[in-house]
Design a protein around this ligand. Sequence first.
Ligand SMILES: NC(=O)c1ccc[n+]([C@@H]2O[C@H](COP(=O)([O-])OP(=O)(O)OC[C@H]3O[C@@H](n4cnc5c(N)ncnc54)[C@H](O)[C@@H]3O)[C@@H](O)[C@H]2O)c1
Length: 354
Amino acid sequence: MGKIKVGVIGAGSISEMHFESYKNNCDVEIYAVCDLNEERAQEKAEKYGAEKYYTNYQDLLDNPEVDAVSICTWNNSHAEISIAALNSGKHVLVEKPLCKTVEEAYEIEKAAKVNSGKVIQVGFVRRFGTNTKVLKSFIESGDLGEIYYAKASCLRVLGNPGGWFSDKERSGGGPLIDLGVHVIDLCWYLMGKPKVKSVSGNTYNKLGNRANVTNKSFYKAADYDPEKNTVEDLANAMIRFENGASLVIDTSYALHAKEESINVNIFGDKGGAEIEPALQIFTEKNNTMLNSTPQIDSLSFDFVKGFQDEINHFVSCAKGETETISPVQDGVEIMKILAGVYESSEKGAEVRFD
Ligand SMILES: NC(=O)c1ccc[n+]([C@@H]2O[C@H](COP(=O)([O-])OP(=O)(O)OC[C@H]3O[C@@H](n4cnc5c(N)ncnc54)[C@H](O)[C@@H]3O)[C@@H](O)[C@H]2O)c1
């Protein structure tokens, strides 16, 4: 089998991680690039030696040479492009979140069923962190017992990226759909993907984007623009699962807090674990509580390695060697949770999934 010819659609900030990881994979040829911004598409095509560049994704998909695509566009086009790519016979790696709404998620799932010979993988990159993989092996060996509670927090004090991220029409929401999605998925995945029963959430627009703050730099979208901001700046939620387990999360773009922080913990009846900021496992032996620190290269999420492993896995799935650990059905379940938080906040009441 020859090299997998890849097209990258959306050539902004995160595409760099995809390009670099594809470049390092000897089974891949970076063949095409597409971006609404022609200059950006051309620049990336030149940098990574891609033969073709486009400004219209359908033109890229119509090229029969392309075997697989990464979708790194704004969230509002994930569904449309994923469906078109599957229907054009391409393997798909779509960035998180899978899309903007549950209805869109079901449409993508439908297209995946019709084109079942093609892989669709959702970019839940934290599943590929070494700390996550190591902890999963402990969970699968029964070291944590039954996991009944998880708690995750991903807080930025000044970190609204502006541009499309802060335009609800294009993003679908703020920190919840952008940052919360990672830690919700991480907990849900490690908890064994229990079926969601109900969601109770709150979102707040209290601080705006804090674009007035000086002397402190922060993450910005490729086309940064602080003018429009229609997304929440804080979200929190309590998620209940059918097996009785629960998950509590909070996430922000702007908050009067000491500093940016990420904390992810899961708790079982035999042991618990902190995944972020650094993997540690908590158990009990001989009537003594033990805190164990695995000896691994990185105890927290290693961004570069995580992306490399995600891309390598996708390529291996496209070659038919294995099945994806991040399938479209998981994207649908996570979308239900995210949409549930927004709906619950709007209604001021719990949303049930009966
Ligand atoms: N996995 C992660 O950790 C991670 C991190 C950052 C962003 N992301 C996700 O990646 C996606 C892109 O984020 P980003 O930070 O790179 O944004 P960005 O604004 O830097 O880049 C997005 C690019 O997509 C292009 N684009 C938008 N719609 C398009 C379309 N229909 N056709 C072709 N090009 C189009 C834009 O012109 C822009 O160049 C988002 O879905 C985001 O949630 C994931």
